[in-house]
Design a protein around this ligand. Structure first.
Ligand code: PLP
Length: 456
């Protein structure tokens, strides 16, 4: 990190509380001060360049200097810098984006609803699930089932849906009524003698047992990311969502799809649901929606969900939900431009191609390194397990801090990665060129070689 004598660093330590940061360590080490971005790179205040192997927080899909997105924002600021979508109001952009999202997601006859963040989008899906069941005469259906290792955001219900201890322990979460079932984590979850099909069957049975134990009349919805992001880049085994969905349908439980990372080409499909065969009743979109050039998120909902909201309010009441910046015209303008660029680039195909190239290179490093286990992922969402023993998959002792040490080495080498414990994650901007993919892979290989030396 930067030297503490730098006055920004000193003042930052004095005045700013940082997300997902250890306060005392931060006081000693100070911030990384990022001042500029260009393409897939960011630069710190000393001028040092980093390949942003995580596109920030899985989000700057079009990199850090896209002129068209900037121009779209500027043009909208000139025209109308703010308006809202409450009380029957809209702007042309909000209408156009609503239509575009329904069309792109394939949610036939559905509607779009705008929020500012992914957490709000996920919370909105929870509230809409409650209305749906109430209108259908089942107001007792309130509980939400999420999965271990899941990340769904930081607001109270979204954090409750997370399946990660670090999102719960300081706050006494999850709230009552937020339940968790096992992650479909084949690498560590599959037992001896099991194959993918029997593993899926066990997971489906575990879910069904949970539903029956809790009482199906109390369960509103199940939420999942098609491919886990922050939980460790986990692609479910074949047939997983099909079996899960059979269980959900049997007990009239809605399926909520968190596409906040997976959406807009990240997995090599337009949406992660298409990769894994998920058939959601609602989808949450954010991040890639605007390449995070503006905070905008959305829920796309099936017609039956909209009908429930309309039915509930048939006596003249209003849908009692909304955020000041829902459908913000600048966010909407940026998102429309981002989607236009994705379409012109044929983003899913491009991501498949470049993702395969990067993954092959990671696999080469894993083949020669004694400390790399599985390489997995989809498109440009790739994960690599650091292990002490490749055969037994035994992890390193926690005190070794293998993943965090890798992050520090990579950072020194000009590569920003993301460790999730000892799982290394990469989700670079989707504009990554072949040359940049090779450069990223070279830095990865070099950093792993250095990590090996620190671990033995
Ligand atoms: N869902 C997933 C899968 C995420 O990765 C995130 C953020 O990283 C969120 C939800 C929360 O989004 P936000 O930080 O915009 O609230």
């Amino acid at each position: 990190m930067t030297t503490i004598s730098n006055s920004i660093a000193q003042r930052d330590i004095q005045f700013q509380l940082h997300s997902q940061t250890n306060p005392r360590r931060f006081e000693e080490q100070g911030p990384l001060i990022v001042t500029r971005g260009e393409g897939v790179r960011v630069y710190d205040n000393t001028g040092k360049a980093y390949i942003e192997g995580m596109a920030g927080l899985w989000c700057a899909t079009l990199g850090f200097s896209n002129e068209r997105l900037i121009a779209a924002a500027k043009a909208q600021y000139d025209e109308l810098p703010y308006y809202h979508t409450f009380f029957q109001r809209t702007g042309e952009g909000a209408t156009n984006l609503s239509e575009k999202l329904v069309e792109l997601t394939g949610m036939k006859g559905g509607k779009s609803y705008f929020t500012t963040s992914g957490s709000e989008a996920n919370e909105t899906m929870v509230k809409l699930s409650w209305i749906y069941h109430t209108v259908h005469g089942k107001p007792g259906k309130r509980k939400i089932i999420a999965r271990d290792r899941a990340f769904h955001g930081s607001t109270i219900a979204a954090a409750s849906m997370c399946g990660l201890d670090f999102m719960h322990r300081e706050f006494g979460l999850p709230l009552p009524g937020f339940l968790h079932t096992s992650a479909p984590y084949s690498y560590r979850g599959m037992q001896e003698g099991e194959n993918e099909a029997t593993y899926v069957e066990r997971l489906a049975r575990e879910l069904e047992d949970l539903i029956v134990r809790e009482g199906p009349e109390t369960i509103a919805a199940f939420i999942a990311e098609p491919v886990y992001a922050g939980g460790g880049i986990i692609v479910p085994p074949a047939g997983y969502f099909q079996r899960i969905q059979e269980v959900l349908n049997k007990y009239d439980i809605l399926c909520l799809d968190d596409e906040i990372v997976c959406g807009f080409g990240r997995t090599g499909k337009w949406f992660g649901k298409d990769l894994v065969g998920m058939q959601p009743d609602m989808m949450a979109l954010a991040k890639g929606l605007s390449s995070s050039y503006f905070p905008i998120a959305a829920v796309v909902l099936a017609p039956k969900i909209y009908d429930a909201v309309a039915e509930f309010n048939k006596q003249g009441g209003a849908f009692g939900h909304g955020f000041t910046n829902s459908g913000h015209p600048v966010g909407v303008a940026v998102a429309l431009e981002a989607i236009k660029i994705y379409e012109e680039m044929n983003i899913p195909e491009k991501v498949q191609k470049i993702g395969t190239r990067l993954r092959n290179r990671f696999e080469e490093t894993a083949a020669r390194s004694p400390i790399l286990g599985e390489v997995r992922g989809a498109g440009l969402m790739l994960g690599i397990e650091i292990v002490k023993d490749k055969q037994t998959k035994e992890p390193f002792d926690v005190e070794k801090q293998a993943g965090a040490t890798f992050d520090r080495i990579a950072y020194r080498n000009g590569l920003i990665a993301r460790c999730m414990g000892d799982i290394l994650g990469f989700a670079p901007p989707l504009i990554l060129s072949e040359g940049e993919a090779d450069e990223l892979a070279d830095l990865f290989d070099k950093s792993i070689a250095e990590l090996e030396k620190t671990l033995y």
